[in-house]
Write a protein that binds this ligand. Structure first.
Ligand code: AP5
Ligand code: MG
Length: 213
């Protein structure tokens, strides 16, 4: 199964993608997590990506597409995946379609997690992210068992550099400008499904499982 998570920054794409990956035994591929791991390890890719991410802007398509094509070659991606944060522009979606078509494949579901902008700003300040495994927590809605430590891998939790209110505002505007057009793109391909992301996390997940079967 090949699934794409669509939605604004902070809509809950990562939260739900992790649960989908566990339930359907497919890898959770998050371009944002891959970039953050590269920033942590101070790789050349990480240094390049950081300059864009810190401003809330998108990393250039070429860099992202190369990275994702490379990731697809790993054995765990052979039976599908849940993509979180990719594609994020029309050219990225076209590159994905082209790569899939070359193997006679296509996207099965593009799930749009809908959350209005006003709810997003409140969510971001409370988010804590694990730099080890990419797990996401919220100090109020989804607290880790031990404060500041990841339940899954025991690494330290951080407040993301791009979760400052000014940067979140820019990320939202970049989202509306460059990523929202993908909703229409996948609707035309009849794979778009919408879920109300303002519900509690478990209810959002139930709605997604109803769609995926
Ligand atoms: P990325 O890491 O993908 O960030 P994003 O899209 O802005 O999304 P977030 O990770 O902020 O939010 P999310 O939807 O995953 O929400 P989460 O589950 O954490 O990208 C970061 C940057 O990398 C980009 O700005 C760009 O620069 C670059 N980049 C990445 N991919 C790229 C690409 N393809 N092309 C170009 N550049 C790219 O949830 C948010 C919070 O809310 C958490 O604290 C969570 O616990 C809480 N929460 C979740 N669900 C609920 C709920 N139902 N109720 C209450 N709280 C909830
Ligand atoms: Mg995320």
């Amino acid at each position: 199964m090949k699934i794409i998570m669509l939605g604004a920054p902070g809509a809950g794409k990562g939260t739900q993608a992790k649960r989908i990956a566990e339930k359907y035994s497919i890898p959770h591929i998050s371009t944002g997590d891959i970039f953050r791991a590269n920033i942590k390890n101070n790789t050349e890719l990480g240094q390049k990506a950081k300059t864009y991410m810190d401003k809330g802007e998108l990393v250039p398509d070429e860099l992202v597409v190369d990275l994702i094509m490379d990731r697809f070659k790993q054995a765990d991606a052979a039976n599908g995946y849940v993509l979180d944060g990719f594609p994020r522009t029309i050219p990225q979606a076209e590159a994905l379609d082209k790569a899939l078509e070359a193997n006679g494949e296509s996207v099965d579901f593009a799930i749009n997690v809908e959350v209005p902008d006003e709810n997003i700003i409140n969510r971001m300040g409370g988010r804590r992210a694990c730099v080890g495994c990419g797990a996401t927590y919220h100090i109020q809605f989804n607290a880790p068992k031990v404060e500041g430590i990841c339940d899954t891998c025991g690494e330290k939790l951080i407040l993301r550099d791009d979760d400052k209110p000014e940067t979140v505002k820019n990320r939202l505007s970049v989202y509306h400008d460059q990523t929202q057009p993908l909703i229409d793109y996948y609707n035309k391909k009849n794979v778009l499904r919408e879920v109300d992301g303002t519900q509690a996390m478990d209810d959002v997940f139930k709605a997604i499982v109803d769609i995926l079967g």
